[in-house]
Ligand binder design. Sequence first.
Ligand SMILES: [Ca+2]
Ligand SMILES: [Ca+2]
Ligand SMILES: [Ca+2]
Ligand SMILES: [Ca+2]
Length: 189
Amino acid sequence: MPEATTETIDILDRKLERAFELMDSDANGELVEGDLLVLADRLAAAFERGEDPARKERLRNALHRIWQDHLAGMDDDGNGYVDVAEFTRGFRAAASDNRGKFLANVSEVVAAWMDLVDVNGNGQIDVDEYRLMYESAFGITPEDLEYGFRQLDRDDSGELDEQELRQATEEYYTSSNPDSPGNWLFGPL
Ligand SMILES: [Ca+2]
Ligand SMILES: [Ca+2]
Ligand SMILES: [Ca+2]
Ligand SMILES: [Ca+2]
């Protein structure tokens, strides 16, 4: 494997730190399984489609699997929680050592999340739904949102389909390229 430059290391670390912040619901820097369950409840409560218990359960199950299969084993110092350094190290390792299973598991989390956001229920995410996904969570400018959406919508159809989301998820968690469209999965970095 060629040595990565400092710059390319930073972009993947930044994305993983962003993912950590998303998952650490009480923002105390200590990731435990309870954070993921709170996250599932919070997202389900934020969207009308989350009132359907099956959708909420799907997201909880997907996050539980991430915990069980990957995160639980990342607590290297055994202090009962995963900190951001253990998380970035562990995610990098999981994405290279156990890539197929890891990507299937994170894709299921993204799909379950998108299923809450898919207001019109057509199985795809349009720009209004994409906006809805972030406006409650982050202070993102409309320009950034539109730009990010266009990055992810590779075939310019005006909708993000499952394949586009899967590709974005893979790039988000594994690519060190600062220009990867998938870097925009969770908005600007
Ligand atoms: Ca926490
Ligand atoms: Ca730890
Ligand atoms: Ca839709
Ligand atoms: Ca598309």
